[in-house]
Design a protein around this ligand. Structure first.
Ligand code: HAM
Length: 425
């Protein structure tokens, strides 16, 4: 084992996995831009109070999972555990024109128990849309992730939806739930037995059997929704139906962060372990901008876990991107100058080209050419150099118009780029 390893709960992503990673981000970026969302890039760390205020003092994310440290200036800083509070902070600071629709791709940090699909550094693809109250925006946001799912061809994914109510109806429900829990406090899981009163809603999404049993008899938020929340939710559901998006209502989908109001949703992948099967989660947060010092401004968004989507794709055998393998390998046994110039010319023409360095033997260069996956080796030896030609050897199936594997022929140096570009297209 080498002296240094990636820290527990983190991963190095090397090629070819990294090309799947990159392709997923690019696909998401294209869909988000298509829907009018602009990229926002904000700091990887923030004042810790942004998350304790924004995400909620009683959440696991804040109490147990944040990476917090004091910087050399004595400020208490947290590595971002999620992307919503920072985007809202940026909105409050810069006040872009409403509606403001932003997307992001960012590493996030949570000190969790690592397992497949749960890491201490992971990556989120997300959108946040600020301004409109309109339930059709909720539909748009859900449809955006649904579009990504569809474009990937991921099939085993279920959309769960719920309404969390708002300032008019949620406090009343919370009180009713608290009164129910006060009669059942002793039956809750060890964690919630002592902490449920800080935020009774947390019990509803606890996965421990004790809490699951208690919540089965709990009063439901759906029975406490005010008329406005009910109407919003109905419009949202009918919008999903109109776009052909299937959903399941889940009364216990309260999500792990405290800022949600009205719509909440999650996409879950059936191929993943139940504890880590949420590949995307989001919802409305109509009070968050104000909570963070801005004017009352509704908002909605989601974040999707890159690692979990890639895992779900692997389970379903979904090919994410044709891997961008080297197409041409230039083998040069006369000093390397031709390899330098020809790979550069090929790359300028848009051909993925590579070469060996350090004046290796012909045999070693051909081996490297084979390992690179190139379809074509372009060989320059003393004879070729003297005649101003290159020997082109097909190592694999060539593209349209090119000869089959094992064949080779000589091409004038001046014609090489054009010929190879044509054959490898
Ligand atoms: P979240 O549910 O905490 O929501 O995280 C969103 C997604 O990030 C999860 O559904 C999951 O796919 C991924 N994820 C979370 N933790 C980990 C982890 N430890 N390892 C790997 N993947 C993970 C939020 O963060 C909200 N900010 C979403 C949102 C945006 N709501 C409104 N706007």
């Amino acid at each position: 084992m080498s002296a240094f390893q990636a820290p527990t709960g983190t991963r190095d992503v090397l090629a070819p996995e990294s090309s799947r990673f990159e392709s997923l981000v690019a696909r998401f970026a294209r869909l988000a831009e298509l829907a009018g969302y602009g990229l926002v890039v904000s700091p990887m760390f923030e004042d810790v109070a942004l998350f304790s205020r924004g995400v909620g003092e009683a959440t696991d994310v804040v109490t147990k999972e944040m990476y917090v440290f004091e910087d050399k200036g004595g400020r208490t800083i947290a590595l971002r555990p999620e992307g919503t509070a920072p985007v809202v902070r940026a909105f409050v600071q810069h006040r872009p024109v409403l509606p403001w629709k932003a997307w992001y791709a960012t590493p996030c940090f949570r000190y969790e128990r690592p397992q497949a699909g749960r890491y201490r550094q992971f990556h989120q693809l997300g959108v946040e849309a600020l301004g409109p109250q309109d339930a059709d925006l909720d539909v748009e946001v859900v449809a955006l992730f649904e579009g990504l799912r569809r474009s990937l061809g991921l099939e085993g994914v279920e959309l769960r939806v719920n309404s969390m109510g708002d300032a008019a109806c949620l406090p009343g429900y919370r009180a009713v739930l608290a009164s129910y829990l006060s009669d059942h406090g002793e039956e809750l899981c060890a964690d919630h037995r002592t902490s449920w009163s800080r935020n009774p809603l947390r019990v509803l999404d606890c996965k421990k059997q004790a809490c699951v049993s208690v919540r089965a008899g709990a009063p439901l938020l759906r029975d406490a929704l005010c008329d406005a929340c009910e109407a919003h939710f109905d419009r949202f559901l009918s919008g999903l139906g109109s776009l052909g998006i299937r959903w399941t209502r889940d009364d216990f989908l309260v999500r792990g962060l405290d800022y949600y109001t009205r719509t909440t949703f999650e996409f879950r992948a059936s191929g993943l372990d139940a504890a880590q099967d949420t590949i995307c989660g989001g919802g409305r947060y109509n009070g968050l901008v104000e909570e963070l010092g801005g004017p009352p401004t509704p908002g909605i968004g989601f974040a999707a876990g890159v690692e979990r989507i890639l895992l779900a794709c692997a389970v379903e055998g979904v090919e994410l991107a044709p891997e961008r393998a080297t197409e041409v390998f230039v083998v040069d046994v006369v000093g390397g100058g031709s390899a330098r110039d020809l790979t550069d010319a090929l790359r300028r023409a848009g051909v993925a080209a590579d070469r060996a360095f350090d004046g290796r033997s012909l045999k070693s260069q051909l081996k490297q050419a084979d390992r690179s996956g190139a379809r074509v080796a372009c060989i320059v030896g003393p004879e070729e150099e003297a005649a101003g030609v290159v020997t082109v050897r097909w190592m694999r199936e060539s593209g349209a118009g090119g000869p089959g594997p094992g064949r080779q022929e000589r091409v004038a140096r001046g014609d090489l780029v054009e010929a190879v570009a044509r054959w490898t297209r």
